[in-house]
Design a protein around this ligand. Structure first.
Ligand code: ATP
Length: 239
């Protein structure tokens, strides 16, 4: 639930415009994510949710506006530099090396093998099935298991901020529940800030402290996640 103590800003976007070629997808968007909160960003297909995450990460350039992480500008920073400064990313597209083992996929997320043992133990607390499956080829995991591996990779460095893109897509409720539990544990135990792009309203509003709906690259509505949020968000997602 929303904690009024969470007032410090972790990520601030101010008047951000970005897109592809001459087309602006994100339009003069301002958004403030507080330290330690789970923030759900929802919206219909093609509204710019992924583009927004990619703009924060520097994978898509911001044409104008300001993006600050912990009060410092990150406009123009490389994705690698952002990951080094504590940002994790679980992309929507399957980013696994399917012919490599689970362990090798996880190893690629850390800088030095010296950190491997501790990082693995960290992700095993959320997804214990990985412990006995480290040698298995990632491509042979089920869809749900692959999603848990993608999230685990983003969690290997214990990021302060995680950007997660439609992790629940195509997953059965038990796997979604496991992922929800993992995110809530990260938030509660490590004070992790989570920006969750989602289409699954129930999952998003269950775990989120606050939410916003993106429409054609602009914030159309936003609020605290409470009993009335579901109906309000649903209205925005209608055709
Ligand atoms: N590389 C690209 N080049 C040109 N246009 C793109 C590119 N990537 C996305 N777009 C366009 O930008 C718009 C927003 O796409 P984006 O993937 O950000 O939306 P989304 O809200 O995440 O959608 P979904 O929920 O379907 O994943 C869409 O019209 C899409 O076609």
């Amino acid at each position: 639930m929303f904690d009024t103590a969470k007032t410090e800003t972790k990520l601030e976007l101010d008047g951000v415009t970005s897109g592809y070629g001459p087309i602006a997808i994100i339009k003069d968007l301002s958004l403030s994510i507080r330290k330690g909160e789970i923030f759900a960003l929802m919206g219909k297909n093609g509204m710019g949710k992924t583009t927004l995450l990619k703009t924060i990460l520097g994978l898509v350039s911001a044409r104008s506006g300001e993006i600050q992480l912990d009060g410092r500008s990150i406009v123009g920073a490389s994705p690698k530099a952002l990951i080094k400064s504590g940002v994790g990313y679980a992309p929507q597209e399957q980013p696994l090396f399917t012919d490599l083992s689970i362990q090798d996929n996880l190893r690629l997320a850390i800088r030095s093998d010296r950190d491997l043992g501790a990082a693995l133990e960290h992700v095993f607390t959320h997804f214990p099935f990985l412990r006995d499956r480290l040698a298995q080829q990632a491509g042979t995991l089920s869809g749900g298991e692959q999603k848990m591996l993608i999230l685990s990779r983003a969690l290997m460095l214990k990021p302060d901020l995680i950007l997660i893109d439609e992790i629940s897509e195509g997953l059965q409720p038990t796997v979604i529940a496991q992922i929800a539990k993992a995110l809530q544990a990260e938030q509660a135990e490590n004070g992790t800030t989570i920006l969750l792009v989602e289409q699954n309203l129930n999952f998003a509003l269950d775990v989120a402290d606050r939410w916003a709906v993106l429409k054609l690259g602009e914030i159309d509505d936003s609020g605290i996640a409470d009993a009335d949020s579901r109906e309000r968000v649903l209205e925005h997602l209608k055709i």
